[in-house]
Design a protein around this ligand. Structure first.
Ligand code: SAM
Length: 286
């Protein structure tokens, strides 16, 4: 795989043989960048998830260029042809219906396939619902986990929900409006109703809405509503355990148990089991 190359961005014309990953708006068409418009106008062809969606952007900005469809149903067939075109010196852009290709959208496979074939990739960054929701949530953004859509199969879903509930990092989840209530109730069950959350609906669009503050409030807010539009959820991580406080409490518990007549060994064994620690770790407290 070829990972090393350099390029001058002084000349903004698309370069031959390069695959451009172009971010497009997640609702408000004015969020498209000048570089994105330039690339979409001047590459040899634009591969898009749905030509009807991409035509909306193209026609708003008076761009006419050759479009080909590229989606999860035809990707394996299209990749070979796209790589061949790139090797023959064509330039190409990939766009998804909205936001960044590759983020819960087609794009990842073609980038992987193209890189294996030695094709150079340039990303023209654009809006992404996950990042837009995160930075407007007020929930810690320096370290986070992006889950995308949770699995539908209940056993897989519960496994991820359990992981999310224990994670100290912020979690970002995509969800469809028709499944939002179910997911909020699951988050309440696994994380407790007090956990901070923000549900961002219709980001960048006319009826943009941010709903918080904790899971209880959000469940209540949506309870009687018919939910429509696009949804991204930002969930605060679990509070970091204060190890000094834990030690202080365990030491006190140990003393109480000994005062109540238990031997040091029995009290340590009991506390070790209760706190998921080794007996020696409890001994070390005193
Ligand atoms: N590639 C896109 C990106 O970069 O964000 C995501 C595509 S994924 C198929 C679509 C999901 O993204 C939606 O179901 C929703 O969860 C989220 N999403 C997209 N646009 C949104 C918006 N305007 N407001 C809130 N969430 C949005």
């Amino acid at each position: 795989m070829n990972n090393n190359f350099s390029l001058s961005h002084r000349k903004e014309e698309p370069e031959k043989g390069i695959l451009y990953i172009v971010g497009t708006p997640i609702g408000n068409l004015n969020d498209i960048s000048q570089r994105a418009l330039n690339i979409l106008s001047n590459v040899t062809l634009v591969a898009c998830e749905d030509t009807r969606q991409t035509k909306k952007i193209m026609s708003k900005f008076n761009i006419s260029n050759k479009l080909i469809s590229f989606n999860k149903h035809n990707s394996s067939i299209k990749i070979t042809k796209m790589v061949k075109d790139l090797k023959e010196g064509k330039s190409m852009a990939i766009v998804s219906d909205a936001g960044m290709p590759g983020i819960c959208d087609p794009g990842e496979d073609i980038v992987k396939g193209a890189k294996i074939e030695g094709i150079n990739i340039i990303c023209i960054p654009g809006a992404c619902a996950a990042i837009t929701a995160l930075v407007s949530s007020g929930i810690p953004s320096s370290s986070f986990v992006f889950e995308g859509f949770l699995p539908k199969k209940q056993i897989d879903r519960e496994k991820i929900l359990l992981e999310i509930s224990k994670n100290e990092k912020t979690t970002i989840i995509y969800e469809s409006p028709k499944r939002l209530k179910k997911l909020l109730n699951e988050l309440k069950e696994f994380c407790g109703g007090d956990r901070e959350i923000m549900v961002a609906r219709e980001l960048t669009k006319k009826f943009e809405e941010h709903v918080g503050n904790n899971i209880n409030d959000v469940v209540e807010f949506f309870r009687e509503k018919d939910i429509i539009g696009e949804i991204t959820i930002v969930l605060k991580g679990i509070k970091k355990r204060d190890l000094n406080l834990d030690k202080f409490i365990m030491k006190k518990d140990l003393q109480d148990l000994i005062n109540a007549g238990l031997s040091l060994s029995a009290a340590s064994k009991y506390l070790a089991k209760k706190n998921g620690l080794k007996k020696s770790e409890i001994y070390n407290l005193i």
